[in-house]
Design a protein around this ligand. Structure first.
Ligand code: IMP
Ligand code: MG
Length: 174
């Protein structure tokens, strides 16, 4: 147990929420082919749980985009570091992300993927910080809206640590 972390969303709440989201998404894509695209690395825990609550035929793929988030880079340019393996033309795409903050990352990712002419693109984010938004992003499935606090766990990191916590917590004093 960490003394520098206050639990914000307990493990059992997360499990119920992900189940709920999985049921909604299952209905949405009944009889449709789907590619679930996870943005590395933060989405992996949420994605692994979510797809097991989705009772449909699907493929998974991953993408890594550069993060500007250390505050040292002024350009805030988002680049693809590792691209998808699948050809997404004509396919239904569900992007899965751990958290949407400014919206810059997802805005750019959606822009890039749209040029490849998928049939549809939707977005599932486990967490959302609406008060931090700088560019508009339409999120189709949201786990939780949270206040402007730095959170870790359930895939979310601070300096690459804490991703394995089964709950979401507010990190204090780092
Ligand atoms: P955006 O482009 O500003 O929306 O940034 C989203 C990315 O910032 C997420 O994928 C996370 O990697 C990171 N991020 C934003 N807020 C937090 C947080 O509270 N904890 C951990 N990572 C965060
Ligand atoms: Mg991320």
């Amino acid at each position: 147990m960490y003394t520098n972390i206050d639990i914000l969303i307990p493990e059992t709440d997360i499990r119920n929420k992900v189940k709920e989201l999985g049921e909604i998404i299952t209905k949405e894509y009944k009889n449709e082919e789907l590619i679930v695209v996870g943005l590395l690395r933060g989405s992996v825990i949420f994605m692994a749980d979510l797809i097991r609550e989705m009772n449909i035929s699907l493929k998974i793929d991953f993408m890594t985009v550069s993060s500007y988030g250390d505050g040292k880079t002024s350009s805030r340019e988002i680049k693809i570091l590792q691209d998808l393996s699948e050809n997404i033309m004509g396919k239904n795409i569900l992007i899965v992300e751990d958290i949407i903050d400014s919206g810059l990352t997802l805005n750019k990712v959606i822009e890039i993927l749209k040029t490849r002419e998928p049939k549809s693109i939707k977005l599932a984010a486990f967490l959302n910080k609406p008060s931090r938004r700088e560019v508009n992003v339409e999120v189709d499935y949201i786990g939780y809206n949270i206040p402007d606090e730095f959170v870790v766990g359930y895939g979310l990191d601070f300096a690459q640590k804490y991703r394995n916590l089964p709950y979401v917590g507010i990190l204090k004093g780092e």
